[in-house]
Ligand binder design. Structure first.
Ligand code: ADP
Ligand code: MG
Length: 400
């Protein structure tokens, strides 16, 4: 697939102020405004290719991101720890703006030279961000001559920093956004077959749309994680105290009906690991079958299921995975997820992983570099797979 939008390489950024929308929505640790530190800088590192390229062009960088879901301008959600980590990682002269927009920020932006980087405050400190307020977009546009969006994880949101401002400046995609959209779009447009999809995690209702799309395109959908309990309930099985997305049961029933007439197999576990409670020390055992005894909960797919699913992944030409197969954070319930991660790593075909917890799982097993692509965006990846378009991408300038 050819990326249809301008990228940072098509824009004239040299010696000009460039506003870059990055996804620096990183996990923080520590309490109190002065104590907060970045707990995982993966997303900061992922923006490096675009930022390095722009600095080689002598662009003057102005970075903007959201961080968490702050109430008002809660200083606990200031970007300060993020700009500090960026400076540590790069050695650049990074300064932290006191606000997102406004006269003081305009002055700082105008005073930048090529060596400096200015990080704006948390975009969600402005209520106009999520409302895609045209006045906030205009205020952002006043800071720069060029706009680059490299925030794939936020590209499914039509917010002022991801969508509104893109209409007001020459606008293109960063390298991370370009790669994410290209890989994920070609997965749906022209996958090599057999195409096997592995789905798990906690919620069915969030993922229903993308399952419908996969029923049209894939050859098999292998269901695990807590997600499988909505399907098992729809088929009349007992799920005990397992985590069940109740709203998902009707949706699961409809998907099972639809799968009946499709060329795609919708597959469910044949055995499960059940435990007394959600705890690494809880007594647990494998049950051969898919009925969870009363008072117990299913926390992983069983070994037969894991082996069957892994075998299908190994024989696939294309494989996509979203959602862990069990409560992998607890070692006794990590085997199913580990088996899928190892199969993805060993499969000779194209292998793509999307979803925050799925990406964390494959990283934990040390296999991130052994798959074709691990998406940095959970919601954005699923929405792109389902709808083929993201507002933050659509708003960029078309390639001539
Ligand atoms: P992703 O972020 O990859 O899209 P989700 O957020 O949908 O995945 O789900 C991940 C969570 O699902 C993990 O925290 C995991 O512990 C949980 N989970 C998976 N299977 C089970 C299960 N059988 N019971 C309880 N929690 C589960
Ligand atoms: Mg998640």
């Amino acid at each position: 697939m050819k990326f249809p939008k301008k990228t940072v390489a098509d824009l004239d950024a040299g010696d000009r102020p460039v506003l870059v929308r990055v996804d620096f929505n990183v996990p923080l640790e520590g309490d109190g405004p002065g104590e907060r530190r970045v707990a995982d800088d993966t997303r900061i590192v992922a923006a490096r290719p675009t930022l390095d390229y722009l600095r080689e062009q002598d662009a003057r960088l102005i970075l903007v991101s959201h961080l968490g879901r702050p109430a008002d301008r809660d200083p606990a959600w200031s970007m300060t720890p993020v700009s500090r980590r960026l400076a540590e990682l790069t050695g650049w002269n990074v300064s932290q703006a006191p606000a997102v927009v406004g006269p003081a920020v305009e002055k700082l932006a105008a005073g930048l030279d090529g060596a400096d980087v200015l990080v704006l405050e948390n975009s969600r400190f402005e209520s106009g961000e999520t409302e895609n307020d045209p006045e906030l977009a205009a205020a952002l546009a006043r800071l720069a001559d060029v706009y680059v969006n490299d925030a794939f994880g936020a590209a499914h949101r039509a917010h002022a920093t991801t969508e509104g401002v893109a209409h007001l400046l020459p606008a293109g995609a960063g390298f991370l956004l370009e790669r994410e959209v290209t890989v994920l779009s070609s997965l749906m447009a022209d996958p090599a077959h057999p195409f096997v999809v592995v789905l798990g995690g906690a919620k069915v209702s969030d993922k229903i749309g993308v399952v419908e799309r996969f029923l049209e395109i894939a050859d098999a959908i292998l269901i695990g994680g807590a997600m499988c309990f909505s399907f098992l309930r729809a088929l009349g099985h007992e799920t005990g105290d397992s985590l069940v997305d109740e709203a998902g049961i009707d949706q699961a029933r409809r998907l099972l009906d639809r799968a009946d007439g499709a060329d795609c197999l919708l597959e469910l576990p044949e055995d499960l690991v059940v435990a007394d409670r959600f705890d690494a020390d809880a007594p647990h055992e494998v049950v051969d079958g898919i009925d969870v005894p009363a008072g117990r909960m299913g926390l992983d797919i069983g070994p037969k299921t894991a082996q069957r699913y892994a075998g299908q992944v190994l024989e696939s030409a294309t494989a996509f995975w979203n959602g862990p197969m069990g409560a992998f954070e607890l070692e006794p319930f990590a085997a199913g997820t580990r088996a899928i991660a190892e199969a993805f790593a060993a499969s000779p075909g194209t292998t793509v992983v999307g979803g925050g917890d799925s990406a964390a799982a494959i990283a934990r097993f040390g296999l991130t570099d052994s798959v074709t692509h691990v998406s940095t965006g959970g919601g954005a990846a699923l929405e792109l797979l389902e709808r083929e378009k993201l507002p933050g991408v659509e708003a960029l300038d078309d390639r001539e």
